[in-house]
Design a protein around this ligand. Structure first.
Ligand SMILES: *Cc1c(COP(=O)(O)O)cnc(C)c1O
Length: 427
């Protein structure tokens, strides 16, 4: 595969942009390769600056559930640009999207728009703290909730009480308010709750973990979190930035029938433009400025272009049989890849919920960060490069989710399965 121009651009980018990228995982560092510079995308495909075409399973890390450049979204966004790209004043579009979200997502009675998932989780936590008057928060190892200080903590093993920051620049004084439990372990949650009796504002969780590969919740895990929160007066926040509108219109909470107190959204809700949102019960959301005292604001929040892309995307998700069709495509693909691995004599642990899936390069099962981290990331890197050579664009890390879009045709899926067969055999 020719990639001369991408290599050149990456060299140039590194002189002016830290690490050459505006978000770390784009750098392909964990697979030991140079990133491809992209020029355009359409449907299931993206093209790089050297003219290579790929079948894309990154989908901009989640938003592109319709595939790229859906004509209806593109047309309406173009009209919106002509009407003015930002006013910093209320628009009817914001009400339209808010109503669609309230109708779709079981836990949300009121919603505030922001510009990224990071802002959504950061603000939701501030509100949970403001509402409960408590400082501590509980998260799970391997769950990613954006890069706000208090969330960049996964806590080393044994550090049960005090969080350890993952990044220089996060003061231990902030991190100590973040408790870290093990995903899928109610026991680990109960222990921390008991140790921090009465001091926990919220539990924040990806209801389907999607940032350590794809790790579905075990039966009863989400229900158990719900009861612990009810018993202890803790706010339960589902971070559905990835799963919202992805695994069902109403997100993981609809799929599993567990209703959190608050929900954070992002990715699909912006249809490829920068949007995040957080919402929940009226009595909690009403504490937000200007109706309440918990401050949160944004110059571009509720931006008309982003609202338009979100509205059109959500409309299209509500067409008949959308999620059923997506489920069928995804089931076919994930099963095909699993079969290809088996035939090549390279067993993987395959996980999938709807159009989120992952091939873990491990012989064991994966249910939490410890078991995910046991994967053979070197073998994954080889597989990743093999797939890229065959025209398949995957996320450049073992610990990411692959996304199927409605634009992936059967022929794209078959081509991907064939490529996987080849890549597994080369391992
Ligand atoms: C992507 C993601 C975020 C962060 O969203 P950004 O828009 O990248 O800030 C937060 N939580 C989850 C679950 C995510 O997948």
């Amino acid at each position: 595969m020719k990639n001369n121009r991408s290599v050149e651009l990456f060299k140039e980018a590194q002189q002016f942009i830290p690490g050459g990228v505006n978000s770390p995982v784009r750098a392909f560092k964990s697979v030991g390769a140079d990133p491809l510079f992209i020029t355009k995308a359409a449907g299931p495909n993206i093209w790089d600056v050297d003219g290579n075409r790929f079948i894309d399973f990154v989908g901009s890390w989640g938003p592109m559930i319709l595939g790229h450049c859906h004509p209806q979204v593109v047309e309406e966004v173009k009209k919106a640009v002509d009407a003015g790209s930002s006013f910093g004043a209320p628009t009817e579009l914001e009400i339209t999207l808010a109503k669609m979200v309230v109708k779709a997502v079981p836990s949300i009675e009121m919603v505030r728009m922001v510009s990224s998932g990071t802002e959504a989780t950061m603000s939701a936590i501030r509100l949970a703290r403001g509402y409960t008057g408590k400082d501590k928060i509980l998260k799970f190892a391997g769950c990613y909730h954006g890069h706000a200080d208090s969330l960049l903590v996964k806590a080393g093993s044994g550090a049960a009480t005090f969080g350890v920051p993952d990044s220089p620049g996060v003061p231990p004084d902030f991190a100590k308010h973040t408790l870290t439990a093990d995903f899928n372990s109610l026991e680990s949650v109960r222990t921390l709750v008991a140790q921090n009796n009465g001091n926990i504002a919220c539990i924040i969780v990806e209801p389907i973990a999607g940032n350590m590969g794809t790790v579905p919740p075990r039966d009863g895990f989400l229900e158990g979190l719900r009861s612990i929160c009810d018993e202890e007066g803790i706010i339960l926040i589902f971070d559905e930035v990835m799963t919202g509108f992805r695994v069902a219109l109403g997100g993981a909470q609809e799929l599993y029938g567990v209703t959190p107190d608050m929900t954070t959204l992002g990715k699909i809700i912006g249809g490829g433009l920068p949007v995040g949102a957080f919402g929940g019960k009226k009595d909690i959301m009403s504490l937000l400025s200007p109706s309440g005292g918990v401050y949160q604001a944004g110059t571009l929040s509720g931006n008309p272009l982003a609202m338009t892309a979100g509205i059109e995307t959500l409309k299209l998700l509500q067409t008949d049989g959308f999620y059923q069709k997506l489920e069928e495509k995804s089931a076919y693909l994930a099963a095909g890849i699993e079969r290809a691995a088996k035939e090549a004599g390279y067993p993987i642990y395959s996980t999938r919920v709807g159009s989120m899936f992952c091939a873990f390069f491990t012989k064991g099962e994966v249910h939490d960060w410890a078991t995910a981290a046991a994967c053979d990331t070197k073998a994954f890197a080889t597989y990743f490069k093999g797939m890229l050579d065959e025209g398949i664009y995957l996320a450049p890390s073992q610990f990411e989710t692959a996304f199927v879009s409605i634009a992936h045709a059967d022929s794209d899926l078959d081509k991907t399965i064939a490529a996987a067969g080849k890549a597994f055999k080369a391992l």
